[in-house]
Design a protein around this ligand. Structure first.
Ligand code: COA
Length: 293
């Protein structure tokens, strides 16, 4: 039997009659989450920049789950494309109920090597793309008097910061503050906004960009994960589905970390003592005992 965390969690039909939009839903974690929402009965609107990738993802998800899936090419940096995407989604499915701001762009680079355009490219996708989508759908919900739910895929360095991914860190921090701000401002409209900060969940795109083998063992994330394993896509999908569903109706403005304890391992002042061997501890404790007596 598979471990319980790799099993789908929510009851069948949780999203029946609901439509959920996922930016960047054609690949990676966006694709995994989308497939699960569809399996739970959602109509899906997924978008990505490459039309052939998004269209074949839509067909594959629909074939796997039997659900309705509309795959549209859309560059979230462009408000007019975002508006057109939601208009097409509304035409096909009627009211849209949920949005997952998942589309992202990132690369590792010493900050002083970045051009202004490199910085802008990431900010435009991650921060502006997130507010373009949130604003476009939020306006529709408010005008139509319909409740809605937004989920941002964030990161723990949205609050710790991180070197070598500064444009992404700045953007994710801004997007998280937007979630918290709007959770307060738009609660009166029945709109909830939350975020997830995932740790290491292997995907082809992110891992080849952010952990290239050329970096050597320094990039081995396993060494920094207290729970000693990477995340499974299903456990992230379970959390995402919960936060989009009515089961979490009283949760808004939250950011839930799902990283096996990784960011705390990096934060704790003495956590590097993890590398001290058992024999070294024996010697150390004996020496301290001698000092006390
Ligand atoms: N290091 C330094 N600069 C880089 C870079 C890198 N690894 N990759 C791109 N850039 C710079 C480019 O040189 C360019 O700047 P310039 O015009 O001053 O030379 C700028 O960033 C834009 O690059 P470009 O490839 O034209 O932009 P794009 O809009 O097509 O791509 C990115 C956007 C840069 C975010 C790209 O990595 C991307 O499309 N990623 C999508 C997928 C992704 O990152 N997913 C997230 C996985 S975690």
């Amino acid at each position: 039997m598979s471990a319980s965390y790799t099993r789908p969690m929510l009851p069948a039909g949780t999203f029946s009659g609901r439509t959920i939009a996922v930016t960047g839903g054609g690949t990676g974690l966006g694709r995994s989450m989308s497939e699960y929402f569809s399996a739970l009965g959602a109509n899906l609107l997924i978008c990505g920049r490459r039309s052939e990738v998004i269209e074949s993802a839509a067909q594959e998800i629909s074939a796997a789950t039997g659900g309705q899936v509309l795959g549209l090419s859309c560059d979230v940096r462009k408000p007019e494309e975002v508006e057109a995407m939601f208009a097409a989604g509304a035409e096909r499915f009627g009211t849209l109920h949920g949005l997952v701001n998942n589309a992202a762009g990132n690369f590792i680079c010493p900050t002083e090597r970045l051009s202004y355009n490199a910085f802008n490219s990431v900010v435009d996708i991650v921060l502006k793309g997130t507010y373009n989508c949130t604003l476009a759908l939020g306006k529709r919900w408010i005008a139509g008097g319909t409740p809605g739910v937004v989920l941002n895929i964030s990161t723990t360095y949205a609050w710790t910061g991180s070197g070598y991914v500064v444009p992404s860190a700045v953007s994710k921090a801004g997007a998280l503050v937007m979630v918290r701000s709007l959770a307060s401002e738009w609660g009166k409209y029945g709109i909830r906004l939350n975020a997830i900060a995932p740790g290491a969940f292997p995907t082809e795109g992110a891992w080849s960009r952010l952990r290239p083998p050329e970096l050597g063992p320094n990039a081995d994330p396993m060494k920094r994960i207290p729970l000693g394993r990477h995340g499974e896509h299903q456990e992230l999908s379970n959390l995402a589905a919960y936060l989009l569903s009515d089961f979490s109706a009283y949760i808004t403005g939250a950011c839930i970390t799902i990283d096996g304890g990784t960011w705390l391992r990096g934060a704790g002042q003495f956590n590097a003592l993890e590398d001290v061997t058992s024999e070294q501890w024996d010697d150390l404790q004996a020496a301290m005992k001698r000092k006390r007596s």
